[in-house]
Design a protein around this ligand. Structure first.
Ligand SMILES: Cc1cc2nc3c(=O)[nH]c(=O)nc-3n(C[C@H](O)[C@H](O)[C@H](O)COP(=O)(O)OP(=O)(O)OC[C@H]3O[C@@H](n4cnc5c(N)ncnc54)[C@H](O)[C@@H]3O)c2cc1C
Length: 420
């Protein structure tokens, strides 16, 4: 079955696909948007814990781009065409004002991710994008001639569709239940594209120690965590300070998610040894004096009963579990100077063994995707296959959490939609 020829076919109705389709249609193109789910924007609707960290409000584009690491040098042109302020204005114009929180993370004022999906869906439908949901693209239809490989259409479970330009917006491989299963990327290798293997990123970490699991649900807002290999070599050691969330399998929260990329590299050589400094702002000598003061005031209490006065809220039991039962029950006046020092050392460096990541189902994004050297980022066009374009998570761009992923979707979607 063939269903006519479109100017543009967008495969994937996520954040970047909707932006690309809406933009192309707004420019008068006849656009078909193909989505295998029964609704658009399934992943977008769960972003930011249901609130959607819609962008990062860093107004200095150079500073914003630094967050994209190696990819930054490829992104100047697309961000010059559609940067943070353009996305901000885009949503404001569509009655979705944005508010800014800590670390310039920006959210819709209504604090609703589905509201963002609704705006994007309307952007498509109000510009007459033809939607085909429950339609799964199975492969690209290509032609060769004149020394080039051209894409001319898409084979789907509902038939073949032909278009002048095809935008691949099928996403990465994280949270497969939202539809991002990575098959779009598997098609590309056969066309000579270098596709970096998807790998979970911005992902929680699993740990060996049971005390962590007993703290499940506890968030500690100001901790420093240091990661290193088994030998604690300087070359591998790195630290992060911020919020740690303890879970039933290990650790999570923004600090952990943003460290996951580097931790994964260390994990390739075996377990990673981490330590948590519960008082990163306090010198060890000052902490020692503080502990001594608490000891002096509570000489006749048992050590385990005063731990809550020297540990951050919620951690007393975890620290108690690290002591021998005899020491935990000892009266404070009988605790030796060495044991007291060992306790201070624990507060400054609570050991933790990182055994792995929680994998793709828990990853906010997947690393990997099309190598940017093979994309003309002024248009998002493939340099290998004529008339093929890429947007969003299909591209190999590593970035932290904080609104940087969706900003990429708005930017690359807009640029591709403007070029086709
Ligand atoms: C839990 C979670 C929270 C997040 N929170 C944030 C946040 O607050 N801020 C932020 O910036 N980023 C966040 N992200 C990352 C962000 O959601 C993604 O970067 C973004 O959604 C990627 O959009 P995309 O359009 O590239 O791909 P996706 O959103 O993955 O969309 C791809 C679409 O293509 C469809 N598709 C795939 N294959 C086919 C096929 N063969 N045929 C037809 N359709 C197909 C899929 O069903 C899907 O709808 C979060 C991610 C997760 C998982």
């Amino acid at each position: 079955m063939s269903s006519g020829t479109y100017d543009v076919i967008v495969i994937g109705g996520g954040a970047s696909g909707m932006m690309a389709a809406g933009r192309a249609a707004e420019r008068g193109r006849r656009v078909l948007l193909i989505e295998k789910n029964k609704e658009l924007g399934k992943k977008l609707s769960i972003t930011g814990g249901g609130r959607c960290n819609i962008l990062n409000a860093e107004s200095d584009t150079r500073a914003l781009l630094e967050n994209y690491g190696e990819a930054a040098k490829f992104l100047h042109s697309p961000f010059a065409q559609h940067g943070m302020q353009d996305s901000w204005d885009f949503f404001l114009k569509r009655d979705l004002p944005i508010v800014v929180e800590a670390r310039k993370r920006a959210f819709p004022e209504v604090q609703s991710a589905p509201a963002v999906t609704k705006v994007m869906r309307n952007y498509c439908t109000s510009n007459n994008v033809e939607l085909k949901v429950k339609t799964k693209a199975q492969e690209l239809i290509t032609e060769t001639g004149g020394g080039e490989l051209r894409v001319v259409g898409v084979r789907t479970n509902q038939g073949d569709y032909y278009g002048q330009k095809i935008i691949l917006a099928t996403g990465g491989s994280s949270h497969a239940e939202t539809g991002s299963t990575g098959e779009g990327l598997t098609w590309l290798s056969q066309y000579g594209h270098t596709v970096h293997e998807p790998n979970p990123n911005l992902v929680p970490l699993t740990v060996e120690e049971d005390w962590v699991k007993t703290l499940s649900g506890t968030t500690l807002s100001f901790m420093k965590i240091t990661f290193a290999d088994r030998d604690n070599t300087k070359a591998t050691r790195f630290s992060r300070t911020g919020k740690i969330l303890f879970t039933h399998f290990g650790v999570s929260g923004p600090l952990i998610l943003n460290a996951a990329h580097q931790v994964k590299q260390l994990l390739a050589a075996g377990p990673v040894y981490a330590s948590i400094d519960m008082y990163p702002d306090t010198e060890v000598g000052t902490l020692r004096n503080r502990v001594l003061e608490v000891f002096n005031k509570n000489k006749n209490k048992s050590l385990k009963n005063i731990l809550k006065d020297i540990t951050p809220a919620g951690l007393a039991e975890a620290v108690a579990a690290q002591l021998t039962p005899e020491l935990a029950e000892s009266k404070v006046h009988s605790v030796s100077r060495e044991d007291r020092q060992a306790l201070v050392d624990r507060l400054k460096a609570m050991p933790l063994t990182i055994t792995g990541t929680m994998g793709m189902d828990w990853a906010v994004i997947s690393d990997g995707g099309v190598d940017l050297t093979e994309v003309d980022t002024r248009t998002m066009a493939s340099k290998k296959v004529t008339n093929l374009y890429f947007t969003g998570d299909v591209l190999n761009i590593n970035r932290p959490s904080g609104g940087y992923s969706l900003q990429l979707c708005w930017t690359t979607g807009w640029v591709a939609g403007s070029a086709v």
